[in-house]
Design a protein around this ligand. Structure first.
Ligand code: ZN
Length: 134
């Protein structure tokens, strides 16, 4: 089951500058900064009620975030939906014809198992599914 929007990911060029900007926007500070080495990104998270905003900065030029910013500039990169059973949802969505980019869930930021759906199968929006690790 897809439960809610867990977070919205925003690609930024400079995490430090954007942390300051979003701190002004929200009137509160980010609650964590975390690097995800395997993805070549540095992230920070702001909590807004039940939903989070994830800022993503590339840490190398091969990172998906670097490529995204080259092509489209800064902006909304993905929408992440919280699921109760990521393996089940990956199977379900594959069977529905969606292009699931990962064979298996992988480790994401913020203590999550994650996978992605290719934007060409979801009307142009990169979709992340995430499930809290226990
Ligand atoms: Zn995310």
């Amino acid at each position: 089951m897809i439960k809610k929007i867990e977070h919205i990911g925003i690609a930024v060029k400079n995490l430090e500058n954007s942390n300051a900007l979003f701190q002004k926007l929200f009137g509160k500070e980010h609650y964590k900064v975390e690097a995800v080495e395997s993805e070549g990104v540095s992230t920070s998270f702001f909590m807004l009620g039940e939903t989070k905003i994830e800022l993503l900065e590339a840490t190398n030029s091969n990172s998906a975030i670097a490529k995204f910013i080259d092509k489209k500039g800064e902006g909304i990169h993905h929408i992440a939906y919280e699921v109760d059973d990521i393996d089940f949802e990956m199977n379900r969505l594959r069977n529905e014809g969606f292009e699931v980019l990962n064979a298996q869930p992988k480790d994401g930021a913020d203590n999550k198992k994650v996978c992605f759906l290719h934007p060409r199968s979801t009307n142009g929006v990169l979709v992340e599914l995430c499930q809290e690790k226990h």
